[in-house]
Design a binder for this molecule. Sequence first.
Ligand code: SAH
Length: 454
Amino acid sequence: MKFIAPVTKNEELTATIIDLTYEGMGVAKVADYPLFIEDALPSEEVKLVVTKVGKNYGYARVLERLTDSPDRVELPNKAYMQSGIAPLGHLSYAAQLKFKQQQLRNVFQKNHLAIEVLPTIGMADPKGYRNKAQIPVRQVNGQLETGFYRKRSHQLIPLEDFYIQDPEIDRAIVIVRDLLRQYHVPAYDEARNRGIMRNIMVRRGHFSHEMMIVLITRTKEIPQLQNIISGIVTKLPRVVSIMQSVVPKPTNVVLGRTVKKLYGKTYIHDEILGHTFDVSALSFYQVNPLQTEKLYQTAIDAAHLTGKETVIDAYSGIGTISLSLAKHAKYVYGVEVTEAAVADAKRNAKHNGIHNVKFQLGLAEKVMQEWRDDGLEADVLVVDPPRKGLASTFVEAVGVMKPKRIVYVSCNPATLGRDIALLQEFGYHAEKTQPVDMFPLTQHIESVTALTLN
Ligand code: SAH
């Protein structure tokens, strides 16, 4: 039987928004057929035009909003919604925090998990929080521009105020952009894989105020490089490191596998919970400094350490969680796959005078099995995996090692739900989850869950 959707492309209709997807799109239904709509909030009545009709769902665009949700707020610039910068920027902050709590509840329900979700820990001011930016550089209307892509496109919208980034980072990007213009460095041309400057990455230590600039280029050569470097250093005296990463091929990956030093140090310095950290260009570092302290404190509390425990910190990055836990534990083993991050972690342990930690380079799922085979017995396991969650081989090794307690720091509810369901089969049980808003104004959801062995 041929499927016939109840709407056709370009059809205009009036509908009420009934839900918000995990990506922050409004949902309206026509005879049970869902339409996804940008910039539309639950309870709003909207006049729509259907833009795309698929087999199971379609997309529509708002022509006119007939009523406003009480949770709607105005953003200072429409570009923040049109790009990936602030996809939840039209929702009041209080409603964003509730939305994230509800998303976790939905995932747990789907996985038949009876876990209480606590109210999301938010920020007093949910703007200007990001300590890192990766900004595309393109030629727009005959001029080199920095900005942000329109959603689901590579069309650059020029921007100077990125709203969720540390304003000092925004200022740095404009200064670098102006130097690139002054010295006629060609912007990258994606369609023809020509030009030079692809992206500018900036990191700023929230506490140290040290800055790193990474120039990401298609070619090794950068014209007028010395002038550009001295321009950056003169105009931005807090820049302690300028690096280059060469990405010759067409790809969506921003940073290459290697970086080269152009000026100063290869890392910046920062602080978390009283410890100091070196962060190099290729290492992962939490992007929201104020919320990171709350996240880590939540994880430390959830670990219930007395000083006698052996702890594994899997996906340990530059060792931030490991070092925060070390003074409450007997010994901490970290495992991490990025070489630069492990080097940072080792140096960070030394600089902080922490000796009861060891960092191992490797895949968490492999090293965990090796540790299990070596008879390592951990009392507490902390995991903080990337969005794809834990590998099933990792979970199996956990099932054999049987740490009494697991603290799961997650940046993706979908894989968290899946992994908790798997861990349940090995006898683990979770009572509650604490969301911490690490990414205000965006749809991303971070949370901490403690699991105990029954
Ligand atoms: N806990 C750290 C890092 C968390 S981000 C912090 O809070 O800063 C996740 C980290 O896992 C990244 O550093 C990434 O390089 C690393 N990673 C990704 N896949 C991995 C794997 N299979 N094994 C080990 N580490 C991995």
